[in-house]
Write a protein that binds this ligand. Structure first.
Ligand SMILES: Nc1ncnc2c1ncn2[C@@H]1O[C@H](COP(=O)(O)OP(=O)(O)OP(=O)(O)O)[C@@H](O)[C@H]1O
Length: 312
């Protein structure tokens, strides 16, 4: 049974994955992704991201729970799901001796309704590399080739496992722009990433995995809500932390200082920043190195890792 555009394109319920030796890498996770959404799976090394994505791609059967992609079981109904999905694995395995164009042509031959290879290679910035052998590509160029192959079939659902690992800053930005374009065209994207700014900038919703379980999920704003913001600056000569306005009264929930630099964590950034800046103004001093930043995914990620680590 197919689904209409308002239903969830990906549905995961109490999913489990157990490896040969009995190790449970995915321990009962649930989430869903609506059509046209970008959903990011984050987590520390070994948290279970790839193990989960492989189940969604139908590369293995779950040990428990249920996966539906476009209304089908991706493992048992592979023929119904595979032509409508694009997959970029963490490590693409291409024959090293083939050129970029040959690789794309070979892949297109196995893809129903493939886009013209040249168009897709141009889209990922490999237009000038048709004649280059795969073994001569840089790591970042191989990732782009991986992405091109995933896009050949014009997929409705795209699985991207660490799509920008190994790319330089420009390559990463280009890939982000491409993923946004795909979303605008209605493609549903599930990606894993170690780059928190990637998830923050791209994802409509995300889940942070820890040891096979979802520690937190929601929109980036929901996940960072309640996490402290940061303010840091250099104390002017002759001043001490004790000279600052009373920090606990300003929502400051933690601070550290080596006597010169001060780093504050606050749940009330505006109040803290206003009070400290007013204090500096009154004292007629400059706060060198002033840096004020609201709660980020990085803060949430580190907080979760710490909390879970302590709880473990
Ligand atoms: N074939 C396997 N047999 C046994 N254990 C495995 C196998 N593949 C993965 N694991 C283990 O399962 C856990 C989850 O691995 P997975 O690759 O899913 O994590 P990840 O979140 O993608 O990590 P990374 O960010 O490092 O890519 C790890 O502890 C890993 O060692």
């Amino acid at each position: 049974m197919d689904i209409d555009e308002h239903e969830h394109v990906i549905e995961v319920t109490d999913l489990r994955r157990v490896y040969g030796g009995g190790f449970e890498a995915v321990r009962g996770i649930s989430f869903s992704v609506a059509r046209g959404e970008i959903f990011a799976l984050l987590g520390t090394n070994g948290a279970g991201k790839t193990s989960t994505v492989e189940l969604l791609e139908g590369l293995a059967a779950p040990a428990g729970g249920r996966v539906r992609v476009l209304g089908h079981d991706p493992y048992l109904e592979r023929a119904a799901v595979r032509p409508r999905t694009g997959v970029m694995l963490q490590e693409g395995g291409f024959p090293a001796e083939l050129t970029v164009a040959e690789t794309a042509r070979m892949w297109a031959g196995c893809t129903s309704g493939a886009r013209p290879e040249a168009e897709v290679l141009a889209r990922v910035g490999l237009a000038g590399k048709h004649g280059v052998r795969v073994k001569q590509l840089s790591g970042g160029e191989r990732r782009r080739l991986d992405l091109a192959l995933a896009l050949l079939g014009d997929p409705e659902v795209l699985f991207l496992d660490e799509p920008t690992t190994g790319l330089d800053a420009e390559g990463r930005r280009d890939t982000w722009a491409l993923v946004r374009e795909l979303r605008a065209a209605g493609t549903t994207v599930l990606l894993t990433t170690h780059y928190l700014e990637e998830a923050e900038g791209l994802a409509n919703r995300l889940a942070i995995l820890h040891e096979g379980r979802i520690a937190v999920s929601g929109t980036p704003a929901e996940v960072t809500a309640g996490r402290p913001s940061r303010m840091s600056f250099e104390l002017p000569d002759g001043y001490f932390v004790g000279d600052l306005p009373s920090l606990p009264d300003l929502g400051v929930c933690g601070h550290e200082s080596d006597g010169r630099f001060v780093r504050l964590r606050t749940t009330e950034l505006q109040r803290t920043a206003t009070a400290v800046l007013n204090w500096a103004e009154r004292a007629g001093v400059e706060l060198r190195g002033l840096d004020v930043r609201s709660a980020s995914l990085e803060e949430a990620f580190l907080g979760i890792a710490q909390e879970q680590g302590v709880a473990a």
